[in-house]
Design a protein around this ligand. Structure first.
Ligand code: DON
Length: 309
């Protein structure tokens, strides 16, 4: 049977619109709590250059932790495998903002996608500059990946997190005590909070993720990362991209994915598709409830999986 992707996307969007249990938007960042959980969007960029969308695919949302994928890509470009002296590559089995492992593991975060790991990555990306330089570099990178210069930072969200991000301040200060954060904490967090506050639509996010379905190539032919690095970033998304629910996401969906507390998920089917879903209501692990369900339905009906030959 030939896969009718446009029809499937329409069915997923209709199904998600009818769901009653939609989770709750994050409220520990006050600005995010204002988002209505009624929204759902999906966008799929396919390897043959098509773009298919459903629902609220053109509404911008806070990409939050999904930015950690782009930040990791930049940091690996700057320091290469030396990054792994300062950040691990193991699933944490803990919440995204947990501090408990850091003491036993001497200030080395388990992986680059939990908050502690992403703060070290932000420290690397700062590279002795002011936050606005690192933030500018990150925005330019996302513009290049998506081919869309209109993507911007929501300053209200960044300010909201700067005012309330006490756990991240604790994590950063704790790692500074171990020497694993090297710049002043306020500069590192200034950069980190702004990267999290980048606003993108599902369409823009699916476009930005294409290098990860294309073995590290930009669709215009340029190389973003080597094929090996693209495989490794995808591996980290699969094993660590949903925090203590990463195993469940691999079990239910079976493709690399990175979630954010804004309710977005970027998911990659290597060699086939770059997918973005968004719905602001979160499940108990801080991942989009409907976004996960939509990806499960998509994987089930397409057969897309990294565990299938
Ligand atoms: O640092 C934080 O807590 C947020 N800026 C990002 C956390 C996040 O998106 C976790 N994802 N599910």
């Amino acid at each position: 049977m030939v896969l009718d992707l446009a029809d499937l996307i329409a069915r997923i969007a209709t199904d998600m619109a009818s769901r009653k249990d939609r989770g709750r938007p994050a409220d520990y960042i006050p600005e995010l709590a204002k988002t209505s959980p009624d929204q759902f969007g999906i966008a799929i960029a396919t390897v043959d250059g098509q773009m298919m969308v459903g629902g609220d695919a053109d509404i911008g949302f806070s990409i939050q932790s999904i930015s950690k994928v782009f930040a990791l890509t930049l940091a690996l470009g700057k320091v290469g495998d030396q990054l792994w002296d300062r950040v691990g590559r193991e699933p944490s089995g803990n919440a995204f903002n947990s501090i408990t492992q850091l003491e036993h593991e001497h200030g080395i975060p388990r992986n680059p996608f939990i908050n502690a790991g992403a703060i070290v990555v932000a420290d690397v990306n700062l590279g002795g500059h002011q936050p606005r330089v690192a933030i500018g570099e990150m925005l330019r990178f996302v513009h290049y990946l998506s081919g869309d210069d209109s993507i911007a930072i929501n300053e209200g969200v960044a300010a909201s997190e700067t005012a309330t991000g006490f756990r991240n301040m604790a994590l950063a200060n704790y790692m500074r005590a171990f020497g694993n954060v090297r710049h002043p904490v306020d500069l590192v967090l200034g950069s980190y909070f702004h990267q999290c506050a980048i606003e993108m639509s599902c369409r823009q996010l699916a476009l930005a993720g294409r290098y990860l379905m294309l073995d590290g190539r930009h669709p215009d032919g340029g190389r973003v990362v080597s094929p090996r690095r693209a495989r490794r970033i995808n591996a980290l998304m699969l094993t660590c991209g949903h925090y203590d629910a990463s195993g469940d996401f691999a079990f239910r969906v079976g493709i690399p994915g990175k979630s954010g507390v804004g309710g977005g998920i970027l998911a990659i089917v290597p060699g086939r598709a770059s997918i973005a879903v968004w719905s602001p209501g979160l499940n108990e692990n801080g991942n989009s409830m409907l976004g996960t369900q939509a990806l499960e339905m998509l994987a089930e009906e397409t057969g897309w999986s990294v565990f299938r030959g």
